[in-house]
Ligand binder design. Structure first.
Ligand code: CA
Length: 230
């Protein structure tokens, strides 16, 4: 059965182009032009992926993202015309799984769609690792995908967790940016050069005592990242 994608985009021309592109690659695509229609569509039919334009006529895209997340776990790919990276941080905090800045190449969109669907629906059947590991004040239960920081459970998005899990499973090793990105996102970093930095910024805020003086999540400038255990 093909994966079903809901395209939420008020620009009719772009919406039709997105639908045509997705259908060309064997996805089933349905388009809506505003937030109210999007919520109705989601309530009526099961979708596997949501492509959400941040600029909608009847609601703020961030608000739509939040409303979707209150009810559904469907992966969300956010489209934004804004280049402000804080927008991306906010969107990702609200539960979007990835973002793409307009204008974008069709192959960029398809790479992200494929990667999000693979993450969400194909990896689930993999056997989980039955281990809990302790990294000083950070404890990770890989079987349950839970993280404790200084005794408190913290809330991570799927991608934040995947990133932290990969880094900790390779603790005290410097991982090149390209490798880290491909392992966690499933596509090449050339399409998305600052996504990784945005995620590292968010992870530091969640696990470091002082995000400006990180003890664990170490940057190796222009090379990669390391999860360091003292
Ligand atoms: Ca728009």
């Amino acid at each position: 059965m093909p994966h079903r994608v809901l395209v939420i985009e008020d620009d009719g021309f772009l919406r039709e182009n997105l639908i045509r592109l997705l259908e060309q690659y064997q996805y089933e695509a349905v388009g809506v032009g505003n937030a109210a229609a999007a919520i109705r569509a989601l309530a009526e039919t099961e979708y596997h992926l949501i492509v959400l334009d941040l600029g909608l006529p009847d609601a703020d895209g961030f608000d739509v993202c939040r409303r979707i997340r209150q009810k559904w776990r469907t992966p969300i790919l956010m489209l934004t015309a804004r280049t402000d990276s804080m927008d991306k941080v906010i969107g990702l905090e609200l539960g979007a799984d990835d973002y793409l800045t307009k204008p974008f190449e069709p192959k960029e969109l398809l790479a992200r769609v494929r990667a999000l669907l693979r993450r969400a629906y194909e990896y689930q059947s993999e056997p989980s690792q039955e281990t809990t590991r302790c990294f000083g004040e950070i404890v990770i239960d890989y079987a349950r995908r839970q993280v404790l920081v200084r005794g408190q459970p913290i809330s991570l998005t799927r991608r934040e967790y995947d990133l932290l899990a990969y880094l900790t499973q390779n603790a005290n090793r410097v991982i090149p940016r390209e490798q880290l990105f491909e392992q966690v996102w499933g596509y090449s970093i050339e399409f998305s050069s600052n996504t990784l930095d945005v995620y590292m910024y968010r992870l530091r805020k969640k696990i470091e005592r002082d995000p400006d003086q990180p003890q664990h999540l170490i940057t190796h400038r222009s090379y990669g990242y390391e999860f360091r255990i003292a």
